[in-house]
Design a protein around this ligand. Sequence first.
Ligand code: F6P
Length: 342
Amino acid sequence: MKRIGIITSGGDAPGTNACIRTVARRCLYDGIELMGIFDSWDGLLADKVRPISRDDVTGIVATAGTMLRSSRSKLFLNDGDETKATTALARHGIEGLVVVGGNGSQMATAKLSAAGFPCVGVPKTIDNDLAGTELTVGFLTAVEMCTHALDNLRATAESHNRVMVVEVMGRNVGWIAVEASIAGGADMALIPEFPFTIDEVCAKLSLRHDKLGRNYSMIVIAEGATDSGGVLADAGGVKDELGRPKLGGVGQLLARELEARTGYDARCTTLGYLQRCAAPIAADRILATRVSDKAYDLLTTGQSGMLAGLQGTEVRAVPLADIRGKEKLVTPEYYRLAELFG
Ligand code: F6P
């Protein structure tokens, strides 16, 4: 290959720039030209494509966001979209593509590869919900941010005898909520995978406050979690670019409901984009470097349609066809760890 491309897609995640830097460095050493595709798939169609130089990637290992910018695109949702993408890639003489992204992005990688265009995936999303890899780039930094927030919010909760509800990201899966809850010493983690009722949450609170004499509690809730009674289901009607409900707000609803039912003073803090915007911690920089290095190897040795996934201590080639439509959920065994300290 003489010229390859790199694209970042979906929500930004700490460590994405370290991925771009790694592929750029490998290209430099092999004499391959790297083309950066800006503004994701829509940017590709609009020819926002230019070479990435050594200078472009100097110093970016430590930076947040993505220098290529990103978006959620509708491209690949319809039959025939692959042709639009391959035509645009051909216009720029791009012979192979590295796609840095989460579930939606890797679905696109699989489609492009099935259409005959060489491309590979680098797992990147703070949600850590991509199957085929134990970790995704950005997740560990997001957990770190949430853990710091919990450590700090504990002081306020304790000083004011409050129940502090902390809402974190996680549309369908609760990895951030569970890991931050374990690390930050929360009393409950409420996640989409495991149904709960508001009454159960109230019962746990009254056990802590009335029986054990605690004066405060910390509850982490994933933005996609709802109670089985549907009290927290906040349709809102607002949709994102892909037509999915815009999430955010479940924590406020929970705090209001808990206060009404128990009489304890309850507040909510929504961590929102603070989880995504931080500089990557060292572990994310290293993971980003390892999976991108592997993805480059896969692409340049003709192994299209693969994700560079972390499995155990190794980064391996995972066929994207095998993980299509699958989300990596929090397992009951893992969730038990968070419940242990409730
Ligand atoms: O990147 C995935 C994610 O973090 C989800 O947990 C969340 O629902 C979504 O991003 C929100 O991002 P945006 O508002 O940028 O679409």
